[in-house]
Ligand binder design. Structure first.
Ligand code: BDR
Ligand code: CA
Length: 312
């Protein structure tokens, strides 16, 4: 991998933290395109929000529309965190461009085949598009540089005590991805909760100056307030999704452990759980995941502030 500027397709469901992931990916990766999936809000809104971020950031990355619903599960959304629009907080631009296509899966397959071994798929929403791409083109598992996801948690969830939102929305898709044999980097809640963005961090982003930094600080104000209301009482939201990008562009920020991780598809209380074998015993199953375990949160914040400042 070109660790400094890897070629990336960002598959996402914006979403406040997805929006920040787009900003970080455009700043530090070769962003080949953005593909959208139903997740935090329904697909028309995640697509609209991706187009809005392209406009806010002044990008030329194409947006391709993906899956409108999970493979098997009933759709599930998270307006209680992201608001009715999926990007509540700042005013979104009215004049949006059009998606480049409604065939995100075809775009992913073609882009990966065009550059064997070079393209990373970064997935920050439910894994529906990713699973469909792997099923449509079984050669992708070999041809991808790898997949870096925000999803799961070891050993805890947020949508349920056991399951993290992205995995719970489409556990069958996650199962396909975790069992695909592809190189897989996992940013779960165990690492993302180490990077909360509270009032101090938001003030630093705002102080960086510029329209984009102000827009993102407004996003993070709304997001922090939602986390305070729903979870902790503290106005700080973990910046989950950018971590899946930073794992590629700034691996020095992280500690990583190999692990064998499976997705629970049944279970009375545990559907959608990412169960990691951390027993440290000899076992048959080789590690299938590079599990991020620690982030240097201070350095990550520094990087985020300087990245947003570059947009002006
Ligand atoms: C994940 O769920 C979504 O609400 C966020 O965008 C993030 O991808 C965190 O569990
Ligand atoms: Ca997301």
């Amino acid at each position: 991998m070109n660790a400094t500027r890897p070629a990336v397709i960002l598959d996402c469901d914006p979403g406040h933290d997805d929006a920040l992931a787009i900003a970080v990916a455009a700043g530090h990766a070769e962003l080949l395109g953005i593909t959208t999936v139903a997740g935090n809000v329904p697909l028309p809104l995640t697509t609209r929000n991706a187009l809005a971020m392209v406009r806010v950031l002044g990008l030329d990355a194409p947006v391709h529309v993906g899956s409108p619903r999970p493979l098997v599960a009933e759709p599930r959304t998270a307006e209680f965190i992201h608001g009715a629009s999926g990007l509540d907080g700042p005013e979104l631009p009215a004049d949006l461009g059009e998606p480049a296509s409604r065939d995100a899966i075809g775009f992913i397959v073609d882009a990966v085949r065009a550059r064997p071994g070079e393209v990373w798929l970064v997935a920050t929403g439910p894994l529906t598009n990713v699973a469909l791409a792997l099923r449509t083109a079984p050669d992708l598992a070999e041809l991808l540089a790898g997949i870096s996801i925000m999803g799961g948690g070891v050993p805890f969830g947020n949508a349920t005590p056991a399951a993290e939102f992205n995995i719970l929305v489409d556990p069958e898709a996650a199962d396909v991805v975790f069992r695909s044999g592809v190189r897989l980097i996992m940013a779960g809640l165990n690492v993302t909760h180490q990077w909360p963005i509270g009032p101090d961090e938001r003030a630093r982003i705002r102080a960086a100056g510029g329209r984009v930094a102000g827009f993102c600080a407004d996003l993070l104000d709304f997001y922090g307030a939602a986390y305070a209301r729903v979870f902790s009482g503290v106005p700080a939201g973990p910046l989950h999704d950018p971590i899946a990008v930073l794992a590629l562009t700034h691996p020095q920020l992280f500690e990583v452990e190999p692990a064998h991780v499976v997705v629970e598809l049944t279970g009375t209380h545990t559907r959608g759980m990412t169960l990691a074998d951390l027993r440290g015993v000899r076992h048959d199953e080789a590690p299938n995941v590079e599990l991020l375990t620690r982030i240097d949160a201070a350095a990550a914040t520094e990087l985020l502030v300087s990245t947003l400042a570059t947009y002006g």
